[in-house]
Ligand binder design. Structure first.
Ligand code: RNT
Ligand code: ZN
Length: 426
């Protein structure tokens, strides 16, 4: 072990010298990186089922596929699984919950419009014991009050009213999270509202959606503690023709309510040739803060596990080169039921972190200067050469200083956990 540590340190020192040659201080990059939290979504652990309903993820245009054994079925199991995953994810984390993960005492179940902070007290205890902040999401899917695929935009006033009450209840719960943890709670509003086929009225649902979100946001909160977001989407399964909360709708909503809510971009929610990396600096020209769901769409919003791919790296580079690490709220959002779910969490978490740390180890000022001086050949040459820097040695050093297993060893721990714990679940 000591030998291993020595090797990691030696390799890091070598790498540091190489980076210094490019004008990058890796010690500084690591110090900056350590401050930045990444929100870990509870819903990867149980295929987005939750604890307030019996069925599978039923609606809203999202879907998990696969039947890998070991899905968490109780709050205790989900917490244990998240704990396992978090021991393998280096660095600062937040916990990301959905309202459907309320924990009820036997016999006390309430519907989503009546949820209270006490239904999340066990999660607060869990977070506080581990020093985690909490992010939150009202759950506008997998529920009988979705009518014809609509919630907040439904023409039925009862339906809308129910979901508005749900949203307000969630603001109160978000307030409680912020108070208890001492960290802001990012509360994301996403609905799958839309139509399978060509609508006869596109504006009506959007006007209703707008008024409904405004009503939710009329519930009092301090914007530095509760940060409501609106997440857009291009289409979902069964809602292919029209989505109420489109990109233009949510962006304009957030712009009109700038002192009350943020725009949230999920990189699985755009046409396949659109890239969120390019949208980041566009939004940062106008919004003081923005939020993300980081995922991987394969041909559609398939919510595959995040990998260290080019576009993911470019998103991280934009956040860093815009100097916007403190203006960006980052959360993971994927759900793969076809592989070991702990490994899914860990791979996704570590991949985004690698993207971000490697973005911090990039000589952005030098690159920008080349661009501004019109030295495009040199810019291309340097951009290519940067790809070959010994980033793995910086990453290994980071894992080691966080006391977390390195790339070569963490998966063994997942295998052990699968054999000891997951394989005993029915
Ligand atoms: C769905 C959205 C949404 C959900 C989670 C579970 O397309 O991305 O954010 O994935 O709220
Ligand atoms: Zn999302």
């Amino acid at each position: 072990m000591a030998q291993n540590e020595e090797r990691i340190q030696r390799q890091y020192e070598d790498a540091k010298a190489v980076y210094a040659g490019f004008g990058v201080d890796t010690d500084e990059a690591l110090a900056e990186f350590r401050r930045i939290p990444l929100s870990l979504h509870c819903w990867q652990g149980d295929d987005v089922v939750g604890f307030d309903q019996d069925g599978p993820l039923g609606s809203g245009g999202i879907q998990t596929t696969g039947n890998y054994p070991g899905r968490a079925r109780t709050p205790e199991q989900l917490m244990a699984d998240m704990d396992k995953a978090m021991t393998l994810c280096p660095g600062k984390k937040k916990l990301n919950l959905h309202a459907s993960y309320a924990i009820f005492e036997p016999g006390e179940k309430v519907d989503r419009d009546k949820l209270e902070p006490k239904h999340f007290q066990k999660w607060v205890d869990f977070a506080k014991e581990r020093g985690l902040g909490i992010d939150f999401n009202p759950t506008f899917f997998s529920h009988p009050m979705q009518k014809d695929g609509l919630t907040l935009s439904s023409p039925d006033e009862n339906v809308r009213g129910f979901w508005i009450e749900h949203g307000k209840a969630c603001i109160r719960i978000a307030r409680y999270f912020a108070q208890e943890t001492g960290m802001p709670c990012v509360m994301n509003i996403w609905t799958g509202d839309g139509y399978k086929d060509i609508p006869a009225d596109r504006m009506g649902p959007r006007m209703r959606y707008k008024a409904a979100i405004e009503q939710i946001l009329s519930e009092p909160y301090a914007f530095d503690q509760v940060k409501p977001c609106v997440e857009s989407k291009v289409f979902g399964i069964g809602v292919e023709a029209y989505t109420v909360g489109s990109a233009e709708f949510t962006l304009n909503f957030a712009a009109e309510h700038k002192n009350k809510c943020l725009p949230l971009m999920d990189n699985g929610h755009y046409h396949p040739t659109e890239v969120v990396s390019d949208k980041i600096p566009a939004l940062l020209c106008f919004f003081p803060e923005i939020a993300f769901h980081i995922t991987r769409g394969v041909r559609w919003d398939s919510d595959h596990v995040v990998l260290l791919e080019d576009e993911i790296r470019e998103m991280a580079r934009e956040i860093v080169r815009c100097g916007a690490l403190d203006r960006c709220h980052m959360a993971l959002d994927f759900f793969d039921a076809s592989i070991n779910r702990i490994a899914a969490w860990v791979v996704g978490f570590r991949s985004w972190q690698k993207a971000l740390l490697s973005a911090l180890c990039t000589p952005h000022e030098r690159l920008q200067k080349l661009q501004n001086e019109g030295r495009f050949t040199e810019l291309m040459v340097l951009q290519e050469e940067l790809k070959m820097l010994p980033f793995g040695d910086v990453w290994n050093r980071y894992c080691e200083e966080c006391g977390v297993a390195g790339d070569a060893t963490w998966f063994e721990e997942v295998q052990r956990y699968e054999a000891d714990v997951l394989s005993n679940r029915k």
